[in-house]
Design a protein around this ligand. Structure first.
Ligand SMILES: [Zn+2]
Length: 264
């Protein structure tokens, strides 16, 4: 797009959608760009569905994963830098007139920093709404995953897992080395409160304690990618697009009230 075209998009009050991911290992079988490819695909397909409602900004490629650094191919940036960087992206969009900004996340460990970046944007631009959501938290993804999953719940859908591998298969089957996919989830001890799964359900609300990844995964994978199929991926991707479309419809109509000072 050119800047005059972007000016029009701002005047149309479209929502700025920013995919956010990371470059990091995804087991023996998936490329290091997995999170980036998946979340960008979800956003672009959504954009094609509702072109008048959103504009998809080029993605934030890098994210937070210092616990992954025992594996080659991981590019992690510090939490402070990441938060500042994403906030700067959002405040640039806010400065230029976008009134609603949606960060769509594709990497688990980005979540807490994106929440802070969205909040910092609102604090600086109170007339702007900025929010972050991970695509696997969209309700149709949760429902579809529950319906189609064959891997252990919780644990089978976490990282380079049944979910991510299926989705990558449905986008670029030729880049997935299924013959190298292995089930790897037994090094993480599951108990009440301590369980990891993007879309699953364990006992008790999950309490996140993420150690160095190499201490809980031998292969980089955490989950069971051997149960992944292209058809499951097609359904999960469609569910993510459906969920994001619905979310944008809700966000689009959301209104806010002005702040009020009660200070003396
Ligand atoms: Zn991933």
């Amino acid at each position: 797009m050119t800047w005059p075209e972007i000016k029009e998009v701002i005047k149309e009050e479209r929502i700025a959608v920013v995919p956010v991911a990371i470059i990091e290992e995804h087991g023996y079988h998936l490329p290091v760009d997995t999170d980036l490819v998946l979340v960008t695909e979800v956003c672009i397909r959504t954009g094609r569905k509702i072109p008048g409602d959103i504009v998809v900004i080029p993605p934030v490629n890098h994210g937070y994963a210092p616990h992954q650094m025992d594996f080659p191919g991981v590019i992690s940036i510090s939490g402070e830098t990441f938060t500042r960087y994403v906030t700067d992206v959002c405040t640039s969009l806010a400065h230029q007139g976008f009134k609603k900004i949606l960060l769509v996340n594709g990497h688990g460990s980005n979540v807490s920093f994106l929440q802070i970046a969205a909040r910092a944007t609102i604090l600086e631009y109170p007339e702007v709404m900025c929010v972050a959501i991970s695509y696997w938290d969209l309700q149709p993804v949760v429902d579809t995953a529950a319906r189609i999953r064959e891997s252990r719940n919780p644990g089978g859908m976490n990282h380079a897992c049944e979910l991510e591998t299926s989705m990558y298969l449905s986008i670029r089957e030729d880049l997935v080395q299924m013959d190298k996919a292995v089930r790897d989830l037994d090094r993480f001890t599951v108990s009440k409160y301590f369980w990891l799964d993007l879309v699953g359900q364990g006992e008790g609300r999950p309490v996140l304690m993420i150690p160095y990844w190499s201490s809980i995964s031998e292969t980089g994978t955490l989950g069971d990618p051997t149960t992944a199929t292209k058809e499951k991926g097609r359904q999960l991707l469609a569910a993510a697009v459906e969920g994001l479309t619905e979310f944008i419809g809700i966000f689009k109509h959301r209104t806010s009230r002005s702040r009020v000072s009660h200070l003396p």
